[in-house]
Design a protein around this ligand. Structure first.
Ligand SMILES: *[C@@H]1O[C@H](CO)[C@@H](O)[C@H](O)[C@H]1NC(C)=O
Ligand SMILES: *[C@@H]1O[C@H](CO)[C@@H](O)[C@H](O)[C@H]1NC(C)=O
Ligand SMILES: *[C@@H]1O[C@H](CO)[C@@H](O)[C@H](O)[C@H]1NC(C)=O
Length: 167
């Protein structure tokens, strides 16, 4: 090899190892909320870039195509539906212990659950921003669901049915 070629190879190798190492460090920061202000990369990438980031229990890595990624996501989403169904059942159960309409939603308890998810996220390697927004969504949805369950009960029991609340 000519010295020039060697130097170019060395520069390229240095550039490549930097290109691989640096996004990994940045994405680590993306696991925390608030998110860091990361400037957009100007590097031209051929896809897929980087190395597969997931290792299955049998030692094989994932993923080798976007289709494979989506297949795995679909399987996890199906599990999430089941877990959310179980959670909703307990949300319904909780309403049995609420004596008044006003006591059904407890905002301080909602905040406690959301904060617990945010604080517990790093231990299970979950981005805090996902924990925060998903739990806010779950709690928000649960408030509607609880309201749907208890409203007819309280209105019927209290004999104060109104047109507004019978839709
Ligand atoms: C990326 O591609 C564009 C368009 O081909 C080119 O102008 C630019 O210099 C490239 N940037 C790098 C960092 O290679
Ligand atoms: C390893 O496990 C993954 C995920 O369960 C599976 O999709 C894949 O087929 C397995 N590979 C081998 C070689 O067993
Ligand atoms: C949850 O509801 C609160 C209050 O209405 C709202 O500020 C927040 O954006 C909602 N979050 C989600 C994820 O739905």
């Amino acid at each position: 090899m000519k010295p020039t070629t060697l130097r170019v190879t060395a520069i390229l190798t240095g550039y490549l190892s930097l290109a691989i190492a640096s996004p990994a460090q940045l994405s680590d920061k993306c696991y925390y909320d608030p998110l860091p202000n990361i400037p957009a990369s100007t590097a031209n990438r051929t896809i897929p870039w980087g190395e597969p980031t997931i290792t299955f229990a049998n030692g094989t890595t994932c993923c080798s195509s976007l289709d494979q990624v989506r297949t795995e996501l679909d399987a996890i989403d199906a599990q999430l539906l089941q877990v959310l169904s179980q959670r909703a059942a307990y949300v319904a159960e909780a309403t049995r212990f609420k004596a008044t309409l006003d006591s059904v939603d407890v905002p301080s308890r909602d905040q406690q659950v959301i904060q617990g998810a945010i604080e517990g996220a790093p231990a299970v390697h979950l981005p805090q921003i996902i924990a925060k927004i998903v739990y806010e969504g779950i709690l928000n949805a649960s408030i509607y669901f609880e309201d749907c369950i208890v409203r007819p009960f309280f209105f019927v029991c209290n004999g104060v049915l109104s047109d507004k609340n019978t839709v």
